[in-house]
Design a protein around this ligand. Structure first.
Ligand SMILES: Cc1cc2nc3c(=O)[nH]c(=O)nc-3n(C[C@H](O)[C@H](O)[C@H](O)COP(=O)(O)O)c2cc1C
Length: 164
């Protein structure tokens, strides 16, 4: 079985969660590869990042390639102004339809305001690409300081996505 993990992370939270999934998937005999989604342009201040996310300002991706057919696609994003980070939207837009049998979404966030809307946007793109979303892993950033709580959540989400 093949799993591809694609994530964008500005300050490292989503990266950390995405990277945690690699050994857990490998232990379930997945062939795993992980890629950071790299935009050509990256806003660097909070205000510019919010504007970028809200306006869905387009950006090209430096390293986009079409994944081979996957058994499990994992897409990770921070919530930015109630939206996925723009490079993640761009990634989903560029995906070939039916490129994965199913998807697991990873969303990291601060307060939690807008996290459902962020997921709706991602689910909509997955629906357009005929990729069923089987599980959503919501991780509040403060949980990253508590691996004893984080690891069971990530493990349970992978288990559900695997079984679905
Ligand atoms: C520009 C910007 C906008 C954000 N907007 C939200 C938001 O709408 N809701 C929320 O709960 N957290 C929000 N956050 C917090 C991030 O989602 C959170 O810190 C996330 O874990 C960062 O992930 P990263 O370290 O992978 O970049 C925002 C952070 C930034 C920088």
């Amino acid at each position: 079985m093949k799993a591809g993990i694609f994530y964008y992370s500005f300050s490292g939270n989503t990266k950390k969660v995405a990277e945690m999934t690699v050994p857990l998937l490998a232990a379930r005999h997945y062939e795993v590869y992980i890629n950071k989604i790299e935009p050509r342009y990256e806003a660097s201040t909070f205000t510019a990042q919010c504007a970028w996310a809200l306006c869905r300002y387009r950006t090209g991706l430096v390293n986009f390639y079409q994944p081979e057919t996957l058994d499990l696609l994992i897409v990770g994003t921070p919530v930015w102004a109630f939206n996925p980070a723009p490079p993640v939207v761009r990634f989903l837009k560029q995906l070939k339809p039916s490129v994965a049998r199913k998807a697991l979404l990873i969303v990291t966030y601060g307060s939690g305001v807008g996290k459902e809307r962020c997921v709706q946007v991602m689910e909509e793109w997955c629906r357009k690409k005929s990729i069923p979303v089987r599980e959503v892993l919501y991780i509040q950033e403060k949980l990253l300081r508590h691996p004893e709580k984080l690891t069971p959540l990530v493990t349970a989400a992978l288990e559900k996505a695997h079984a679905a």
